[in-house]
Design a protein around this ligand. Sequence first.
Ligand SMILES: [Zn+2]
Length: 556
Amino acid sequence: MFSRGWKICLCSLLFCSLSFAQSTILDSSYFQSPVKHKTVITGSFGELRTNHFHAGIDFRSSHGPKRDSLFASASGYVSRIKVQASSYGQSLYLDHDNGYTTVYAHLHEYAPKIEYHLKKKQYELEMSHLDYYLDSTKVYIEQGEFIGIMGNTGRSSGPHLHFEIRETASEIPVNPYLFNLKPEDHKKPLLKSLFIHTLDSTGHYIDRKYLGVKDKKGYKTSSSEIIEIDAEYIGVALATFDQMDGVNNLNGTYQMSMKQNGQQLFDFTLDKVSFDETRYINAAIDYPYKKTIGNSVIRLYKLPGNLLTNYTRNVSPGIIPLSHKIDTLDIILKDFEANEQAIKLFVKKAAKSDPETTRISNTLRYDSSYHLANGKLSIDIPAYSFDQDVQMKLYHNGLEKISIGDPLVPVYKYLNLAFVSEELSDKHFLGRKKSNGRITNYGGYVNNDTLKSQIRVLGDFSIYKDTEAPKIRKISMSKSSKTWSFALSDNYDASGVCPDIFVECRIDGQWIRHFYDKKNKKIIVKDINLIPENAQILSILLIDPLANRQVVRFNI
Ligand SMILES: [Zn+2]
């Protein structure tokens, strides 16, 4: 399908920032940095993460594990305090009078005036993990006021501040660089690998061809020949990273664009990404490549069912019609400071061949809804569950194997699965074995011999039975320390759709706060200084998603 010869020219345009329009800064003085030390960003807005675009920027701590103090980016009131075992961990939301909300996540500790309100609410509800909305009269914070300490709570792999600016009304996260909260950046984005995808006229993906390999010095450019492709339509896909001054981290690239013979064909900019659209990351990248090889390669074209609105052109963006004449493709990768990486490709339709005009006939249209059934297994698929037409097979072999489609096909809506069997009990769930042998619970409940569950991934599942309660082991329980810690374990892991293990701690029957650190499988009991001198028993209640429960008692 592809000729062996190809040509890639890489040119770095050094003096480009004057000749290209920069993004508009929304209000350059409203927000200030939430840290006092020099702004070093280890994660940029819109970076390609698993199932989402990064909704904020990550500020690096100034001295590793010694956590930094954090300060309000602008004056405003505390509108929300959220405490979660995973995800953002301990987070704080401030609403400002310019219509934006700032979000501070993975906090180690809240400032005392915020902690006071949180603690009061937690004891009132007897609930450690909560999502607490406050009105504007409760806690007002001045710009630059201390709000808490940088931490590593929730899904975080080292102390840092995850910082977001959201439109208050829509809750859509906006790139903080648009408010001038940005690091120094004089380095152009890097191109790590380059592909040509063959497409049909509607932008359905057919096949991929790897064009370039990165070597240690940069990008290999050797052949002077033209890329000949046996197809009517193609798209370009590439892996790119941006680098900033003073850090080695590879961050996301802000803007990608492409021209065909000087005509704008594709434009993609990461100014904002709504939470409703963020899962379309799996359509924006080559999802099967990511699942099999592990790298995120972004498509410079739009799949028909990709509902992400970050593309400037609405009609067939990036779909390149080929002819027997040579076409020039100019690809520009740009960071927020308009440092550019430019790539030039020459492409044409293969001379002596019959292009494959038909792709494999697919059974499910991406824009239609379906009810599929195979014996006792059935599945309801809403319209727009897929980014292009797909083939789907259902298969089952009792409880041992429930097979639903191809695991390399990304799913955007929840599919309703139902499986009927007289063997089912209320301790059964839908699960999947990971490569390390652990089984992940994908939820589900049994009613009238039917297990129902909602899934957003395809592939093979099994139905497992869980009759064992979670276990807990003491790590430290010193009366002189601020917190006590315990190791928690359960026989099955929980997926995102499955509820966490329920934990409740009591001292001689009186409720006491804890934090469930899900990634480290730890229970941290708080407020040890509030425990009476003559207290005797700490009891910890544990309930797993299948309602297996036990109470473990520790002498104080
Ligand atoms: Zn982050």
